[in-house]
Design a protein around this ligand. Structure first.
Ligand code: BYC
Length: 483
């Protein structure tokens, strides 16, 4: 074949989709124009140094629960980022807010256009942000299995960006195309054009942070997507419903990742006959991460994630609920009128220097309620981690920090609260911070353990192997072909 033949990319084939892309020429054209910019961004700010490697990835090719994905070795820039929506529910009605019971919207209602656009932009912005935050982790992957999981999450966050870009381009015209462009212009941690939400401008400097991030911050993704899946705007609801299937895997990587770190630490302590988990020096000398440092990482990632829920009392949250744009977690399972005009909800606040629960209008406390639901959900995994520590015979318990600890957004932003929930003055707080959050020497130690381990079936010393391989592969499977 002559080399100067212009290859016509068939975008309908290239982009697995169930939204009839081939019939929507305008949308196809907009996505065709966006795709090279996305690839350029991926090359500049996506996984650093691995774009020419073949990675064993799962690609979403449909939404049928039985056969929605195929596995195979793929170079990441050739991943087929699809646009997939959960099936339309016949006769679906708006489940909450003042339009409750009306038919779900298939088009954007003019009165809620900017509210909806903002919501989709904020959601979309987090997806590439996380890829940027994780871009250097491949270089220190503790195994090919973990490296593959990192890249799987990265391409799926890329797909989630595509999902939001699809909504913007399909339903918001020129403004939507402009927003799609800006998704690639804001960058995590960039001083001039940062990502929109705080946590997405933090660093993910090491693999323990990666696992904590995927456990805690991806779980915010789950809660937010679940609330958006309730939306009266049906295309958003359907998009989020499918995204949730992928989000579950990200949280699995986080929960099992932290679990494997804990298992390895406890195992090494036992082998060495160390019974005091607070004997940090002795534990570190074994080349594993001591439990108090894991607690500090947990404190950091959980607190920073709690900020992602916005202010507990929020007119934005109330407006989005009343409009039928964003519901509560598991809205359909809640037993009330789903309008909340006469309901109250207790919100923890500072009154006369004390933390007390105050009954507030439930509709004003939508964000606060989601935050509480999140804390419950996140705490259940911490309990599972503690069971594993106890099973290993080590006396130590991980604890979620108090919800007011180290908060920058919302009702606790101006006070100083210890992880145990005690209000202290600023000087006391600052003086103790290095006991509660990873300090420079903790980070330096963790960093010293972060060395790439690329022999198939081998794992870095600080982490236990997983119980099973991806897609039932053998323990020495070559998840990433580095040669
Ligand atoms: N940092 O009334 P307020 C995920 C802004 S994660 C900086 O308190 P609101 C994922 C807020 O935007 C899920 N700014 O709260 C996970 C507003 O600004 P404007 C992401 C913040 O608006 C891992 C102002 O402060 N999805 O998917 O009700 C990897 C006052 O806001 C922050 C969503 O969040 C912050 N932390 O709620 C990959 C869902 N918090 O508009 C992906 C969509 C608030 O006045 N977003 N602000 O300029 C929302 O539902 C809402 O925007 C929020 C905030 C929950 C974020």
């Amino acid at each position: 074949m002559s080399t100067d033949v212009r290859v016509e990319v068939n975008y309908d084939d290239l982009i697995p989709n169930n939204v009839g892309l081939s019939e929507d020429r305008r949308l196809l054209k907009a996505l065709e124009e966006w795709h090279p910019k996305f690839l350029e961004w991926w090359g500049d700010l996506g996984p650093d140094g691995f774009n020419d490697k073949e990675v064993y990835l799962r690609t979403a090719v449909g939404v049928d629960p039985k056969g929605w994905a195929v596995f195979g070795h793929v170079k990441m820039p050739e991943y087929r980022w699809g646009v997939l929506l959960a099936p339309q529910v016949e006769g679906r009605t708006i489940p909450f807010g003042k339009h409750k019971g009306e038919p779900a919207w298939q088009e954007v209602p003019a009165e809620y256009r900017s509210l909806l656009r903002r919501m989709i932009v904020v959601q979309g912005d987090t997806e590439p942000a996380s890829v940027e935050q994780q871009r250097h982790l491949g270089a220190t992957a503790p195994s090919l299995y973990d490296m593959r999981n990192l890249f799987q999450i990265n391409v799926e966050e890329g797909r989630h960006l595509w999902a939001m870009v699809y909504l913007l381009m399909k339903y918001f015209g020129k403004e939507g195309r402009e927003e799609a462009k800006m998704m690639l212009e804001r960058n995590s941690g960039n001083e001039d054009k940062p990502r929109i939400l705080g946590a997405f401008n933090e660093e993910t400097p090491d693999w323990l942070s990666f696992f904590m991030f995927t456990y805690f911050t991806d779980r915010d993704g789950k809660m937010q997507l679940e609330s958006l899946a309730q939306s009266g705007f049906d295309p958003l609801s359907r998009t989020c419903r499918f995204m949730l299937t992928e989000e579950a895997h990200h949280m699995f990587v986080g929960e099992s990742g932290v679990m494997r770190v804990l298992e390895r630490t406890c195992e090494a302590m036992k082998e060495a006959g160390i019974t005091d988990p607070n004997d940090i020096e002795a534990v570190r000398a074994l080349g594993v991460i001591d439990l108090p440092t894991i607690q500090k990482k947990l404190n950091f990632h959980m607190a920073v994630t709690l900020d992602l829920f916005g202010a507990e009392l929020s007119t934005n949250g109330a407006a989005a609920f009343e409009a039928g744009i964003k519901g509560r977690y598991m809205e359909e399972k809640l037993d009330d009128d789903h309008q909340l005009y006469n309901d109250k909800y207790p919100v923890l606040q500072v009154v006369d220097g004390k933390l007390v629960e105050v009954e507030e209008d439930a509709i004003a406390a939508i964000n606060g309620r989601l935050l509480d639901d999140y804390i419950k959900d996140a705490t259940s995994g911490i309990k599972r981690w503690n069971k594993a520590i106890a099973k290993a015979g080590v006396e130590f318990e991980l604890v979620p920090p108090h919800k007011a600890f180290n908060r920058k957004i919302g009702t606790f932003a101006d006070i100083h609260v210890t992880p145990a929930g005690e209000i202290v003055d600023a000087a006391t707080f600052e003086a103790n911070l290095e006991n509660w959050l990873p300090n420079d020497s903790d980070l330096e130690f963790i960093n010293s353990l972060m060395v790439q381990c690329t022999e198939p079936g081998q794992y870095a010393n600080w982490i236990a192997p997983p119980k099973v391989g991806v897609n039932q592969q053998a323990s020495d499977f070559e998840y990433v072909k580095l040669a």
